[in-house]
Write a protein that binds this ligand. Structure first.
Ligand code: SAH
Ligand code: SF4
Ligand code: F3S
Length: 442
C-alpha cells in the first residue's frame, strides 16, 4: 500500500473559517476524496492550504509573508502543492497567483465543493483558480468523512454571507449575499455530530440571526431552528454567533429566557457608541436602540453575559464620538469585548474618507481596551462563590486537571482525576485568574 498524502491546513479569521477548514479536510480525505490525511506539520505535508481572512489589512498581508516562508519547502519537495482558500483568496485570487508563483491553487469560500477537482488540476501541474459564486449548496456537495468520534463541542454553519454592507466591511464582497441552509440539513448534521460525541453546538453565520432557512412549513427563524435543535437528545448546549442588533427578533429574545439548552451568552457587536459614526458606518441602529435591546434581552435572561465588537478610529471619529463609545461600554458592562483599530479595506466606502491620525487611534484603542478589561475582570471575579455548569473539553496542564467552559463561556479549571471529557459537571468557582477561573466539583 502507498502512504496516504498529507494535508496541512492553517486557519485564520473567524469561526466560519474553522468550520470550513474541517469540511475541506473531509472533502480531501479518504474514500471518494483525494486520499489525504491531515498533519499538523507543514514540512511533512504534500499539500499546504492557508484558509485566510481579509477583514483587516494585517490579516491579509500575513498571507503573503506566510507564503514566502514555504519557498524552501517547495524547493526541497517539488511535488508539494500550495493552496490559498478563504476571504483573501476570494478578494485577491488573481493577484496572489501573480505575486506568489509558488501558489498552485486558489479557491474562494463559495467554491469549496470543487476542491477535489481543483486539487487534481493542481496535481497535474496546472494552476487552479476558482473564485466563483456558484448557485449550488456547497455544504451539501462537500463530501463527508465516514462517522468518527470527535470532541464535545462543534461549530455548525447555518447561514453565510451578508447583505448589510457596513461601510468598513469586506464580508459582503468576500462571502457574497446572505444565504441560509435548509433546516432539515442542519438538523441531520447536528444529529450526526451528537452521535459522534458532541454535546454543544455553536451555530455560525456572518449574520446568524438573519437566518431564514427553508423548514417544513415555510422559512424558519433562528429561534425556530434553536427550538428544533432543542429536541435532539444528547445535545445539551446551543450557542450562536455572530448576531446583528437589527435581527434580534422577539422570538429569539424569548428563547433566551425559555430554552434551557440555549446558553446565557450573547455576542452582539455594536461597533461604536456615537450615532453620528453609526450612521456613517451604515449600521442602521442607534446607540440608544442597542441599549434598549439589551434591556429587553436582560429582562428575558437576567444573568446573560454580553459580548461585543468595537472599531475605534473610524474615519471622522472625534474625541467626543469616542467618548460616546466609552459611555456605552460603561453602561452595558461586557463580559467579553473585542476592539479593533479601523483598517481601511479596498473597495469599501469608508476607505475613501478622511482617516483619523493613527497615533490618536492607537491611544483610543488602549483606553477602550483598558475599560473592557476592567469590566471583564470584575465580572469574572463576581463568579467566585457561584455554582456554574462546566462542559469538560480537555485535560489541563497540571496532573489530574480538566478544563472546560461554563455556560457563560468562561474557561474553568477543575482538579478532578475522575472527570471525563464531554461530561457536564456542577462546579463551584473558587478563584479567578487573568484568563480563566478555578473551580471545585460540587
Ligand atoms: N458579522 C459580524 C462581524 C463581522 S467581522 C457583525 O456584523 O458584527 C468581525 C469584526 O471585525 C466586526 O464586528 C468589526 O468589529 C471588525 N471589523 C470589520 N471590518 C473592520 C475593519 N475594516 N477595520 C477594523 N475592524 C473591522
Ligand atoms: Fe460586516 Fe456589517 Fe455584515 Fe457584520 S453586518 S458582516 S460588520 S457588513
Ligand atoms: Fe475574515 Fe472572512 Fe471570517 S474576512 S472574519 S474569514 S468571513
Amino acid at each position: 500500500m502507498t502512504e496516504p498524502k498529507k494535508l496541512f491546513i492553517k486557519t485564520y479569521g473567524c469561526q466560519m473559517n474553522v468550520y470550513d477548514s474541517e469540511r475541506m479536510a473531509e472533502a480531501l480525505a479518504g474514500s471518494g476524496g483525494q486520499g489525504y490525511v491531515t498533519t499538523d506539520r507543514a514540512d511533512d505535508a504534500d499539500m499546504i492550504l492557508l484558509n485566510t481572512c481579509h477583514i483587516r489589512e494585517k490579516a491579509a498581508e500575513k498571507v503573503y509573508s506566510e507564503l514566502g516562508r514555504f519557498k524552501g519547502l517547495k524547493a526541497e519537495k517539488p511535488d508539494l502543492k500550495i493552496g490559498v482558500a478563504g476571504c483573501v483568496a476570494q478578494a485577491e485570487g488573481e493577484e496572489i497567483m501573480r505575486r506568489q508563483p509558488l501558489v498552485d491553487l486558489v479557491v474562494g469560500p463559495q467554491s469549496y465543493h470543487r476542491l477535489p477537482e481543483l486539487e487534481a488540476k493542481a496535481r497535474s501541474g496546472e494552476k487552479a483558480l476558482d473564485t466563483d459564486f456558484p448557485e449550488e449548496d456547497k455544504f451539501e456537495k462537500l463530501k463527508r468523512r465516514p462517522k468518527s468520534a470527535r470532541g464535545p463541542t462543534a461549530f455548525l454553519t447555518v447561514q453565510e454571507g451578508c447583505d448589510k454592507f457596513c461601510a468598513f466591511c469586506v464580508v459582503p464582497y468576500t462571502r457574497g449575499a446572505e444565504v441560509s441552509r435548509p433546516a432539515d440539513r442542519i438538523l441531520t448534521e447536528a444529529r450526526d455530530l451528537v452521535e459522534r460525541g458532541v454535546r454543544e453546538i455553536t451555530l455560525l453565520g456572518q449574520n446568524v440571526n438573519a437566518y431564514h432557512g427553508a423548514g417544513p412549513d415555510g422559512d424558519m427563524t433562528l429561534a425556530q431552528l434553536i427550538w428544533a435543535l432543542d429536541k435532539i437528545d444528547g445535545l445539551e448546549r446551543i450557542r450562536f454567533t455572530t448576531s446583528h442588533p437589527n435581527d434580534m427578533t422577539d422570538d429569539l429574545i424569548a428563547a433566551h429566557g425559555e430554552c434551557d439548552k440555549l446558553m446565557p451568552y450573547l455576542h452582539l457587536p455594536v461597533q461604536a457608541g456615537s450615532d453620528r459614526i453609526l450612521k456613517r458606518m451604515n449600521r442602521s441602529h442607534t446607540a440608544e436602540s442597542y441599549l434598549r435591546l439589551i434591556e429587553r434581552i436582560r429582562a428575558a435572561r437576567p444573568d446573560i453575559l454580553m459580548s461585543g465588537d468595537f472599531i475605534v478610529g473610524f474615519p471622522e471619529e472625534t474625541e467626543e464620538d469616542f467618548q460616546a463609545t466609552l459611555d456605552l461600554v460603561e453602561e452595558v458592562r461586557y463580559g467579553y469585548a473585542y476592539s479593533f483599530k479601523y483598517s481601511p479595506r479596498p473597495g469599501t466606502p469608508a476607505a475613501e474618507r478622511a482617516h483619523v491620525d493613527p497615533a490618536e487611534a492607537d491611544d483610543r484603542l488602549q483606553r477602550l481596551q483598558a475599560l473592557i478589561t476592567r469590566d471583564q475582570r470584575a465580572i469574572q471575579n463576581e463568579m467566585v462563590g457561584r455554582e456554574v455548569s462546566v462542559l469538560f473539553e480537555k485535560p489541563g496542564r497540571l496532573d489530574g486537571q480538566m478544563v472546560g467552559k461554563s455556560e457563560y463561556l468562561h474557561a474553568v479549571h477543575v482538579q478532578d482525576a475522575q472527570a471525563r471529557i464531554g461530561e457536564i459537571a456542577k462546579v463551584r468557582i473558587v478563584d479567578s485568574g487573568p484568563n480563566s477561573l478555578a473551580g471545585e466539583r460540587v
